[in-house]
Design a protein around this ligand. Sequence first.
Ligand SMILES: [Zn+2]
Length: 358
Amino acid sequence: MTVGVDIHKEFKEYYSSNFIPVSRLSEREFGFGVLKKIDYRHKSFQSEKDFNDFLAREVPLFASYSTGFYSYPDRRPIEKKELKSAELVFDLDSPTFKCNHDSKELFCWKCFSDIKMQCVRLVEDFLEGDFGVPGSSISINYSGSKGFHIHVSEGPWVDLNAVERRRLCEYVKGSGVKFESVFTRLNPLKGPDFKSKGWSGMFRDFVLRLINESQVALKERGATSQQAKKISENKEALAESIKKGNWDRVRGLESFWRVLLDVFVENSRVVVDESVTFDLHRLIRIPESLHGETGFMAKRVDLSEVEDFDPFFDASLKGEGISFKNEGGVKIKGVVVEERVDFSTALFLECKKKFGYF
Ligand SMILES: [Zn+2]
């Protein structure tokens, strides 16, 4: 049974009327899929025209390319390709919390919203903030499904090896950020000062903002009544001493700092799929290509557009709406899909149906 949209026809029309640019195309390996995400790989192209002709002729449901740049991208096995360098890529695909969306849900807005927040944090706090990657070297693209891919395509980052890339992942995930690593001495308590950078510096800034909150708000964050009162009554002195690294100026707050650090790490970390980052031979969705499980374009997105990004509007092909008999009661964004759907929803449903999602 189908929903009523011809996926092949829509994809063919898109690839026939849109030119998809690919940087450093002749140095990349390509992979394509019809039945699954990658049915065959080790393919290469000499020009963007050849590549675009191929898309319009073959109409793959999934199109991927290597993040690695090779001397001989079509050679196999992989060692014979001779890797020169590789884009540094982060894949954001699953939320940081356990979502309880039901099995009828085809596109959970809550999960997607969390991924968007993580995407912004990854770029602003970690890539630009901590690693010093210039914004002009970072490109963000919607994966075409539930997440985002962040590419750093130039500078020293493309020469990092797998071990170094894994370390970056662990850093953004906040693995290893413990009370003992942020606070270097316990009695008296010595912690991050005005010079501290990275996680320690971020935690210092978080606490310096938070000590100005009301006693009620502090208690909601886990402070005892006595701790909330002490903070409120001594906030100027506390701020001054924290900037010097002395966190014991007001005694009896250590247990609150411990609670806050755990919450801070949980809310600030970014959960990336490490294997995508450290695997230098990975194939990844080509920006602006179509995703066969959704019908959405893997669109390039500016950082400022991420927060409001909605693939049903911003990454969809255009066309007429159709009638849809929702026998299974499937939901999109928490709402049961109605009998009349717009084109982007119709194509999305058709793709989901094809791959057995309902
Ligand atoms: Zn969810």
